[in-house]
Design a protein around this ligand. Structure first.
Ligand code: ADP
Ligand code: MG
Length: 354
């Protein structure tokens, strides 16, 4: 049987963005002399925003971009709908080079194919919720009845029914951001670009919006580029995570790959504060039965048994239920492949030590 190959919706090839009057000249020097960001600033008075980024994002994927403030996340994402133009490189959306688009097609890309949500909501305070949500449709001259109908649907998706006639400034921050999301969804775009949408919100509200967004996202399956400076958020939300530093992507991987195999010290620093309980699985911490027995261990007859994809959190429960005794691990075929002891669990929680 043919396995469906996921479609690549967004493709960035060797994208560079250098800000400043001497950007081209600076980029030539970067390429020949391998200058870093500080050297480029000193010599050319130019700022490297994005440095040689290559990523492909698949249909329906939630792709998180994470990095410290100033690492180039916003600059990068703004290239996808050509709010910024690259100094070098190629950006494709649905196999079309966005730099080749004429003004009309570019407008359609921004208003129909791609929806964008910003950190500071970007609402018009003296417009109603309904008129804020309908704004992108209004710009496209969609008639009022149709506009309001579609706005109502989007408002309902973010669970703001009943709030349509309120003015944006009357709403709390969390609600305003739900309006921002509804506005991005109103045109039913294939792609969502979300630039730190929840960063300005209190932790509790942020958590609620993350949950709501994940539920919505599972239903709608839109291709999403989600920016955050918070690795916890990236891990909760992302299918894959790209970590940025000084304009470059230093690692791309699943949450488990990022947490268990950080590519360098920069990533390791982010990972250090992350709970591994739901991200580390039996197969990466178990020992063989042979080594367990060689060190004097004995498997009790009533030892609990579980699969190799069981996470640390659940393994700890099993270990406690066995009064601290070993937990047996089997593969999908039911074959015994290892054992996890109390110390194995502690090592798993701790992660690798240098
Ligand atoms: P992030 O979103 O990760 O916080 P940004 O993409 O906003 O980072 O910024 C990346 C780098 O590019 C920073 O050094 C920032 O100062 C610089 N930068 C962003 N926009 C501009 C601009 N319009 N002109 C000059 N430098 C800019
Ligand atoms: Mg930013």
């Amino acid at each position: 049987m043919n396995q469906a190959v996921p479609r690549e919706v967004i493709r960035l090839e060797n994208v560079w963005k250098v800000f400043g009057n001497r950007a081209e000249e600076a980029l030539r020097a970067i390429r020949t002399e391998n200058l870093n960001k500080a050297e480029v600033l000193a010599r050319f008075d130019c700022v490297v925003g994005v440095a040689d980024v290559r990523i492909t994002i698949q249909e329906g994927e939630i792709f998180c971009i994470m990095g410290l403030s100033g690492s180039g996340k916003s600059t990068l994402v703004r290239h996808i709908n050509r709010l910024l133009e690259p100094t070098a490189g190629r950006i494709e959306v649905d196999d079309v080079d966005v730099m080749s688009l004429d003004a009309k097609t570019l407008r359609a890309l921004r208003s129909q194919k791609i929806g964008m949500v910003f950190q500071n909501f970007g609402l018009m305070p003296h417009r109603t919720v309904r008129d804020n949500v309908a704004l992108p449709l209004e710009v496209r001259s969609v008639g009022k009845t149709e506009r309001w109908r579609r706005a109502e649907t989007a408002i309902s998706l973010v669970e703001l029914d009943g709030w349509a006639d309120k003015y944006a400034h009357e709403l709390s921050g969390g609600m305003q951001q739900r309006v921002g999301l509804a506005r991005a969804l109103a045109a039913d775009p294939d792609i969502l670009l979300m630039d730190e949408p929840f960063s300005a919100l209190d932790p509790l509200i942020r958590r609620q919006l993350q949950n709501q967004f994940m539920e919505l996202s599972a239903k709608m399956k839109k291709t999403t580029v989600f920016i955050t400076h918070d690795l916890d958020e990236a891990i909760r939300i992302g299918h894959r995570i790209a970590i940025m530093k000084e304009g470059q992507i230093v690692q791309i991987g699943t949450p488990e790959e990022i947490v268990t195999q950080p590519a360098d010290d920069y990533v390791a620093d982010f990972v250090a504060g992350i709970s591994r309980l739901k991200l580390v699985f039996a197969h990466s911490i178990m020992q063989s039965i042979a080594s367990f027995e060689a060190s004097g261990g004995k498997v009790p007859d009533d030892a609990p048994c579980t699969g190799e994809e069981t996470d640390l959190d659940h393994l700890i429960d099993l270990n406690i239920s066995a009064n601290g005794g070993p937990v047996l691990i089997e593969d999908v075929g039911g074959k015994l492949i290892g054992v996890v002891t109390g110390p194995d669990l502690l090592h798993g929680i701790q992660g690798q030590k240098e």
